[in-house]
Design a binder for this molecule. Structure first.
Ligand code: PNS
Length: 159
């Protein structure tokens, strides 16, 4: 039984994240979307809501669940008995950061492998931060996020 974690801040989950999660779910027996507290990032949505938004967005993928975590990803992977971490790779700008993370995680726990899934061209430019920026300025962000995220973003910026 191969279990993988798809970690991230998911503030909020986008269609690009969903693509990576669905593709991981087609390869691994079980996928846990690991939603990081990311306290330093001063997120728009609290952890609990980010987890709920992911859970709702992945409800049609039977082998996928979402759980929040705080602390080191490799410790969480160990706790979850997951030996694979799956990350999406967009343009080259992601590479340096992801390379560093994968190398550090390898140093911390040799039993946890990092796998990368290339973003398809339509999601290469997509990020939670650009979606938040669009939503905050009344731009049309709807087609970039799962349906359930639309009202949450509208409500967050209506305040
Ligand atoms: O969606 P993001 O913000 O790019 O996700 C980054 C994330 C949450 C995967 C990364 O920051 C992470 O793994 N955080 C947990 C702390 C950790 O293990 N850091 C790496 C070793 S210092």
């Amino acid at each position: 039984m191969k279990k993988a974690l798809v970690p991230g801040t998911f503030d909020p989950i986008t269609n690009g994240h969903l693509d990576v999660i669905a593709r991981a779910a087609s390869i691994f027996d079980e996928v846990v979307v690991a939603v990081a507290l990311s306290a330093k990032k001063n997120t728009l949505f609290p952890l609990e809501q980010r987890v709920e938004l992911v859970q709702e967005a992945v409800k049609d993928l039977p082998n996928v669940t979402a759980i929040g975590f705080d602390g080191l990803l490799t410790d969480f992977a160990f706790e979850q008995n997951a030996h694979c971490v799956v990350k999406g790779l967009r343009a080259i700008t992601d590479f340096e950061y992801e390379f560093q993370m994968a190398a550090m995680n390898w140093q911390l726990h040799r039993s946890v492998e990092t796998f990368f899934i290339m973003s398809p061209p339509e999601y290469m430019y997509l990020s939670s931060s650009i979606v938040r920026e669009l939503a905050s300025m009344n731009g049309r962000f709807e087609k970039f996020v799962p349906e359930n995220v639309v009202p949450a973003l509208k409500a967050a910026y209506a305040k």
